[in-house]
Design a binder for this molecule. Structure first.
Ligand SMILES: *Cc1c(COP(=O)(O)O)cnc(C)c1O
Length: 492
């Protein structure tokens, strides 16, 4: 399986730049600034789908991963997926969930031929769906680094979910250190405790005096020093990482197989979306031949994606136009994986994709509506890929959390509430709608308290997490001091 950049020159001479899975595993962007995608999508046959109905999650993950990671020996890949998708790792199931299923699916409501379902993806160590991919990434990284006898220092900034998922995936891993910046005293008490209570020697929590953007700017500044980056073997685990996207493809298959009894049936998915990583995996599953009807992107007040799927205009926001909402993991100003879909939409034309995303840099967006003066008319092709969208606000979130608690006795988190609100607008008779749960309510308790007047239940083991000893340093947003800190701790 060869991988190409979304910005690769379309001339045949350039196609020799294509790479294998292991080549792009540890990297981020392609050298031309694009994102990696398979040169073509592996296809899944009906016979395979039938056979996969009986598989465990780990076995299913192996079957899907082997189509993409063709340069990793199958026995190794099987061992890596078996080690990742276990009941020990994904154990934080609600009392009525069967943890052995890893991503249990349940029916919320059925009537008039429609069916609304919820797929649990937050049973991993940090109670959010990011664990589904990140745990595999930790094992893949350790494996690849051992083979190359190499080291990697992961350097990133987080406002909450990504940083903790990365730390729990990389803790104790050979050859890996994690330097994670977060805005000092700006995360929730729960999120702070989750990250800072890790005592592993390879985890470095750095609280930056400032807001998230200050932390993010530090990461950019350090990463722009290519010399420093190479010398200290700096890498990232952000949401554009291809292995993360592909690991997420697995639960779309799992959800489909659980919701259906025959491959003649279709399902739709609604996905609470921010950086377009999660729903991009759904798009890939659909391109592989999984019978998905609609893929519905649900956004919060930061509706960059909803705007595109309604109008064909992609308009990134300034940070002053980005709202801080009660579904904070979807508070994005631009969707970093969106380029993967746009590349598809413009017929896999790298020159076109490069020009469009150049326009994002220079003009803040592009317009594919086909109206006079627009940059193209490919918006008319969006329907072919099944995409729909919708938006949810703080009031919708509170209402949905209350409704779902009253009607089904389940307390959902704020992001999942955005998903359910939007999913209800897209129900179709005969096609089950699966909403992807992206976090557990305990992570966003402040809003649960507002909605229900009582605390969200915490899974076992998290009861007194705020009381655990915390390990972190506080630093000013000073790039040179940051480099000195990294250098002192990598010993490189
Ligand atoms: C990361 C995250 C999202 C958004 O996922 P994307 O892949 O960025 O679209 C939604 N909900 C929660 C809880 C998250 O942590």
């Amino acid at each position: 399986m060869q991988y190409v950049s979304t910005r690769a020159a379309s001339s045949p001479a350039a196609s020799s730049n294509s790479q294998q899975f292991s080549d792009i595993l540890l990297g981020g962007l392609a050298t031309d600034g694009g994102l990696f995608l398979p040169a073509e999508y592996p296809q899944v046959t009906g016979a395979e789908l039938d056979a996969w109905r009986k598989l465990s999650y780990a076995e299913l993950a192996f079957e899907i991963l082997r189509k993409f990671a063709t340069d990793i020996p199958e026995a190794d890949l099987r061992a890596l997926t078996a080690k990742t998708y276990t009941q020990e790792v994904y154990r934080n199931a609600r009392p009525d969930d069967d943890a052995a299923r890893i991503t249990p699916l349940r029916v919320l409501e059925e009537g008039n031929g429609t069916k609304l379902m919820l797929q649990a993806l937050s049973n991993g160590p940090t109670l959010a769906f990011k664990d589904m991919a990140m745990q595999l990434l930790g094992n893949l990284f350790e494996y690849a680094l051992a083979k190359q006898k190499a080291e990697l220092n992961i350097f990133g900034a987080t406002s909450g979910d990504t940083g903790s998922a990365a730390e729990y995936a990389m803790r104790g891993k050979q050859g890996i250190r994690v330097f994670m910046l977060s805005p000092h005293e700006k995360m929730s008490a729960f999120q702070t405790a989750q990250m800072f209570s890790l005592q592993d020697p390879n985890i470095y929590n750095i609280a930056i005096e400032g807001v998230f953007d200050d932390a993010q700017d530090m990461v950019k500044a350090v990463s722009n020093d290519l010399d420093f980056k190479a010398r200290h073997k700096i890498g990232t685990v952000n949401s554009i990482n291809w292995a993360r996207v592909v690991a997420q493809v697995v639960y779309y298959f799992r959800g489909y197989l659980e919701a259906t009894t025959s491959n003649d049936q279709k399902v739709s998915f609604t996905v609470p979306s921010g950086n377009f990583g999660n729903i991009c995996a759904g798009h890939i599953a659909r391109m592989m031949g999984l019978p998905i009807d609609k893929l519905v992107a649900a956004t919060n007040e930061n509706d960059v994606l909803d705007e595109f799927f309604r109008t064909g205009v992609y308009r990134v926001r300034k940070s002053s136009e980005t709202y801080h909402t009660s579904s904070p993991s979807m508070d994005i100003s631009k969707a970093s994986n969106f380029e993967r879909f746009v590349y598809e939409l413009v017929g896999r034309d790298g020159d076109r994709t490069r020009a469009l995303f150049h326009k994002v840099e220079t003009h803040g967006g592009f317009d594919l509506s086909g109206k006079p003066g627009s940059d193209g008319d490919e918006f008319k092709l969006v329907a072919k890929y099944g995409f729909k969208s919708g938006k949810s606000t703080h009031d919708d979130r509170l209402d949905t959390i209350r409704d779902v608690a009253d009607d089904y006795g389940i307390v959902i988190d704020t992001h999942t509430a955005d998903g359910i609100k939007v999913a209800r607008e897209h129900l179709q008779p005969g096609v089950p709608m699966i909403v992807l749960e992206t976090a557990l309510a305990a992570k966003f308790n402040e809003t649960i308290l507002d909605a229900l007047g009582e605390d969200a239940e915490r899974p076992q083991g998290f009861e007194n997490i705020e009381d655990l000893p915390q390990k972190f340093v506080v630093m000013k947003a000073d790039v040179e001091a940051m480099k000195a800190y990294i250098a002192a701790n990598t010993g490189l």
